[in-house]
Ligand binder design. Sequence first.
Ligand SMILES: [Zn+2]
Length: 553
Amino acid sequence: MSAKLEIIPLGGLGEFGMNMLALRAGEDILLIDAGLMFPDESLHGVDVVIPDFRFIEANAARVRALILTHAHEDHIGALPYLLKIVNVPVYGTRFTLAVAQHKLIEHGLLSEAELHVVEPGDFVETGPFEIEFIGAAHSTIDGVALAIRTPVGIIVHLTDVKLDEEPIIGEPTDLTRLRQYGDRGVLALLADSTNVERSGRTPSERAVIPALEEIFEQAPGRLIFSCFASSIHRIQIIMDLAYEYDCRLAIVGSTMVRMVETAVAERYLDVPPGLLIPPHDVPRWPRERVAMLVTGCQGEPMAALARMATGSYKQLRIEPEDTVVLSARIIPGNERAISRLMDHIYRRGARVVDETTKRVHVSGHPSQDDLREFYRALRPKYLIPIHGDYRRLCRHKEFACAVGFHPDRVLVVENGQIVELDREGARLSGATVPVGRTFIDEAGFEEIEEFIIHDRRHLAEDGFVLPIVVINKTTGELEAEPEIVTRGFVASENGEELLDRARERVLETIAAADLDERTDGAVMKEKLRVELKRWIAKQTDRHPMIIPVVIEI
Ligand SMILES: [Zn+2]
């Protein structure tokens, strides 16, 4: 039988997030990334979304290894769920694996996991594959591109990579090494489509410094920065500027605290001496001498920033004269949540700076000129656009053809379709594997100690609970007694009593909320969901899906 390779996308092609890809040669499968997707507002009652693992379950004995390209959730977030199905060796750089480790600890999987730290320049051989890790610049640190030797030729996997010639931390993307692969001959390039509609080059991470400097210079009161916790370059810039402007900095929100701790422990972040103060010390400092770095740049109702904007979080709240800097892009689907967050901030007399008003954010993904540079370096025979909704995959093809690719050499593929490569060339095989989304109900609320990890596939067993409340949008008062509807959730013989007490919990949760929270349906939904989930689990040891319905009149 002549050599054959199959490329099988399991997530991230035809949608944003939960990136995952399988390469299959004969009896051997190599997996690249295991990402999650954050549910948007339409998926109430769900914490995270991961790829459907049926293909992996069916082929568990053939999976040789998992390669993680970088520490973003949409590339590593599904790792614990994957390892529960196939506990294969995992390869990644030091920072990526340090972040992954925390996830495995939360899921009690660290002791069995087989983690291998690699660095750019390293080779790993597994089954018929030999993988070289190539340094790649992105918005988080320690990312890698992959050059994979397979029985049919070299495949280059360029995940979220930009041509940052001067990253804040680490080395620029290793274009020289990519060129060497181009000289040897690359059969197929898999390249990121996220920013394919943007002309020019994606700016360096450094490009945000002037705008942030100006903000430090001019802000009348306290500065509150929010970015993704994994944006370590950005966090370093904010720390350096805070130090330069003689400000103290408080890190607020458990995800941010943990990520900063990891980056410091692994010696990527360099914290200026005396800079950090605990959040509870913030009120003790003069307003112009203190800044905060908080979680919640996507308007997540339970994250620190939204809670500071609607009520308080650890005694911190947004105050008049504060400047809130949203140093991140809006992930598609979060527009409404962010817009609501900005309203809350302005209502408190503070102001918001985001990327529409100043360059406080740059992307980590390649724009058209970055892509062109990568094509030129690698000169692949085939191009497969990855990472993006279907439109962007198609536009990636249009762009590639406009700069010289033959249309037959660019394959637009969606999740579950199989690309077949052999001596004759590359094509869609016509066969498919099962793909889809699996909804996971994780811990949710940051401050709940106990992690309740539960698979949505048990929905049929545990049923669901719908608390229904009617709230006056102006006064925040309840307009009717709350109701609770359940299906398939049979608590015990004293089910009626349990529901009465659950209604009490609903009333107490609403009473405990601030006016700003009560008049924000999305916040109340999330508060009710988290509280009832915790309470019902404690009372009954069951995990029904909680889907609050908040009617605002
Ligand atoms: Zn990324």
